[in-house]
Write a protein that binds this ligand. Structure first.
Ligand code: PLP
Length: 420
């Protein structure tokens, strides 16, 4: 049972009169009804004067911590000179050069605003390049909320993820189990209408499941063998699991990759990157548009964020912090009789209740008690640790010793309550 915070409760009650469910994204419907007024570094501050160590990071974008001064100062300074021109401006080239140099493998980039739309651009490009219509994806990955990608599994079969979704949307894809290269081989051999394979290189959206040894390389090989475009959805992994994202960390190059979240210090920017051959189709009949693409604040945010990550790479610190936190969560759980488990990478991992053995695919998550964890996430909020109810924990460059100590103390108090 969540603590009732008076001012938050008043805000929440008014919010329900203004917007459906009181939230502007369905993902937030099951979160505690707490209203924040400020974020700084790894901390959030609510309207009732309480503080929280934040591991939601706005669902991932605040990789540099909240309100990073370098990024926000750059955005504010540039915004004084205008924000969106619907025409070229001087920051675009600097942002594009820095982006491509940082990613390492791609030759062209198109900026967008959300991962959802850049994923659609990637799929359209793959269809245009191959003249085929369908794509392969993996159960449990998330590629945005639109009709052809929003999906859930019912009794082991793909089903629309929303009422009102076009029923033929999900028929655009063949849905396979993550980490099952043999199934991909069979599917590509059987069907000649496949334009693309789209994959979250680490399946962070369900269980933070890492790719099995050699899986991504095998996906690459099979795509090459069948003339299929390989799309990495790096919206979570990009700039987070390594400076060059999953492509760098796992040593596999996609044909196209979609980025978002960590690339712009908390500002709404996404990107589609890839080979010149594919990407230049956008200048030859494939449409990709967006009023706010490559806006002045977006470019300023990308430039400042990528410079910050290149000049002071946080990756080693994140590895140490996250590994220690994952270990402690399991240990503290054990101290209080809670079968807590953690898997993933130190900079983003999944916590739930259940058997500690690693889960390899979406079906494996059925053995975990995800509902119990969702309830525990509210207990954590009561004790000043802000996490997603679906289990993912994001660590930022702003998490340091003080935050770790505060987290462990608060986590232990929450575990004592839940285990009592
Ligand atoms: N792809 C992945 C892997 C994501 O995690 C998300 C969002 O969480 C998206 C795409 C969609 O991005 P956005 O919410 O910016 O539309």
């Amino acid at each position: 049972m969540s603590t009732v915070l008076e001012r938050s409760a008043a805000f929440a009650s008014r919010a329900r009169e203004l917007t459906p469910g009181g939230v502007h994204s369905n993902v937030r419907l099951s979160a505690p009804s707490i209203f924040f007024e400020r974020g700084e570094g790894a901390w959030l501050y609510d309207v009732d004067g309480r503080d929280y160590v934040d591991y939601l990071l706005g669902q991932g974008p605040n990789f540099l911590g909240h309100a990073p001064a370098r990024v926000n100062d750059a955005v504010a300074a540039e915004a004084r000179r205008g924000s969106v021109f619907g025409a070229n401006h001087v920051l675009e080239n600097e942002a594009g050069e820095l982006f491509l140099d940082t990613v390492g493998w791609a030759e062209r980039v198109r900026f967008g605003v959300t991962g959802t739309e850049s994923d659609q651009a990637a799929l359209r490009l793959a269809r245009a390049a191959t003249g085929r219509t369908k794509f392969v994806r993996f159960a449990g990955t998330y590629h945005g909320w639109l009709d052809n990608v929003l999906m859930t599994m019912v009794d082991g079969k793909p089903a629309p993820g929303s009422a009102g979704q076009l029923p033929h949307g999900i028929a655009e894809s063949y849905v396979l189990a993550f980490n099952d290269a043999a199934a991909l081989e069979a599917t590509l051999a059987e069907h000649d209408d496949i334009a693309a394979v789209i994959v979250e290189p680490v399946m962070f959206n369900n269980g933070a499941i890492p790719p099995a040894e050699g899986f991504l390389a095998e996906v690459r090989r099979l795509c090459d063998a069948h003339g299929v475009v390989l799309i990495f959805d790096e919206v979570i992994t990009g700039f987070r699991v390594a400076l060059g994202g999953a492509a760098e960390r796992f040593g596999v190059r996609p044909d196209l990759a979609v980025y978002g979240k960590a690339m712009a210090g908390g500002w709404p920017v996404s990107a589609l990157a890839g080979s010149a051959e594919l990407m230049d189709l956008f200048a030859g009949g494939v449409v990709h548009a967006g009023t706010f693409n490559g806006s002045v604040p977006a470019c300023a945010a990308v430039i400042a964020s990528l410079r910050a990550l290149r000049e002071d790479p946080p990756y080693e610190r994140l590895e140490a912090y996250g590994a220690s936190l994952m270990r402690s969560i399991v240990e503290i759980g054990g101290d209080h009789g809670l079968p807590l488990r953690a898997q993933g990478l130190p900079m983003a991992f999944h916590v739930s209740f259940g058997d500690p053995a690693p889960v390899r695919d979406y079906a494996g998550l059925a053995g975990l008690d995800l509902d119990r964890y969702a309830a525990f996430s509210h207990t954590l909020a009561d004790h000043g640790v802000w996490v997603a109810g679906r289990g993912i924990w994001y660590v930022s460059a702003a998490h340091a010793d003080k935050e770790l100590a505060a987290t462990l103390e608060r986590f232990a108090a929450a575990a004592a309550q839940a285990g009592a």
